[in-house]
Design a protein around this ligand. Structure first.
Ligand SMILES: Cc1ncc(COP(=O)(O)O)c(C=O)c1O
Length: 301
């Protein structure tokens, strides 16, 4: 049986529970706990020139998320690597966004964990659509919002309703992201990490249960430190964000983008600042070196 795919969705090859098959033929039972409870975790891995970016770190974060929800990892790292490489090879695009998720499987509906139920494993790879040249050159708009999500934001849970509602608050007013605060301090974006520049110093909150430990967040801090750019990882107060010289958001698919308007007001001069432009170049050079194989894929095994 084939499913009709939503508009704009190509019928690419996906991976589901041990099989590679067309997306239009991939199906899971409605009693899957991912569907019923949002009981699962996921990863999004950017793939540049068919090379998965920071794969070891994504697999380590996946393990952390699985541990956080007490679900056994279905595959050892080598098997994940093999399956991911095969999916990348089957995808027609050079640069891809690889999505994977693991749920607690199919069982009678009951909140408590089922016994001896195999997990559901799903992966798909799509064209990586990075921000437009216009978004990079002019920056993007964001809004502020109270972070009303649960207290385990460090788990990359598929239960994203809080994030979905917050992101929609931004979209409703023509912005691209909601920047979140809890008890007066910056946490992260609805689907990104946030960096602030004040008087030339890059500030970002430390990793904690209140934010997702972003893989791009790590790359940005490494690039900044290697380039000798001053940065401080510490709590950032709402007032420091509201009066920032520059604001950036980072994620695997948005890379690093300047936020030039916040709640309808300009951030700094209202254009991407000099520290952003330097970081953007460092990030772009870093990707080129990776693609040319001049740089070992920087991952900590
Ligand atoms: C809530 C949240 N924070 C941060 C990030 C950034 O993480 P990464 O850089 O690994 O994409 C994401 C990514 O989607 C996210 O959903």
């Amino acid at each position: 049986m084939q499913f009709e795919l939503p508009p704009g969705v190509a019928d690419g090859t996906v991976y589901l529970n041990g099989e590679f098959l067309p997306l239009s033929q991939a199906r899971i039972p409605v009693l899957d706990r991912g569907f019923i409870f949002g009981d699962g975790v996921y990863e999004v891995i950017p793939v540049y020139a068919r090379r998965p970016f920071r794969l070891a770190e994504h697999l380590r974060r996946l393990q952390r998320s699985l541990d956080g929800i007490r679900l056994a990892n279905p595959y050892p790292a080598d098997e994940w690597r093999r399956l991911i490489e095969e999916l990348i090879a089957r995808c027609p695009h050079r640069d891809q966004s690889l999505y994977l998720q693991v749920t607690r499987g199919v069982a009678k509906r009951d909140h408590a964990f089922p016994k001896d139920t195999p997990p559901t494993v799903f992966m798909m790879a799509n064209l990586l659509s990075t921000p437009s040249a216009e978004a990079v050159q002019q920056g993007v708009a964001a809004v502020t919002a109270e972070d009303n999500r649960w207290l385990r934001c460090d788990i990359k849970s598929i239960a994203l309703l809080g994030n979905v509602l917050l992101r929609q608050q931004a979209v409703d007013v023509g912005a691209v992201e909601a920047i979140l605060f809890r008890d007066g301090a910056l946490t992260e974006g609805a689907a990104s990490n946030i960096f602030v520049v004040r008087r030339g110093v890059i500030l970002t909150p430390p990793k904690s249960h209140l934010m997702l430990p972003g893989t791009t967040y790590d790359v940005i801090l490494e690039l900044a430190r290697n380039a000798g750019m001053p940065c401080e990882v510490r709590a950032v107060a709402r007032e420091e964000v509201l009066s920032a010289d520059e604001l950036w958001l980072t994620s695997a698919t948005r890379e690093v983008l300047a936020v030039t308007s916040l709640d309808g007001k300009p951030v700094g001069t209202g254009a991407p600042g000099p520290v952003f432009r330097r970081m953007y170049r460092l990030f772009a050079d870093f990707k080129v070196r990776l693609e040319r194989g001049l740089e070992a894929v920087p991952e900590h095994r």
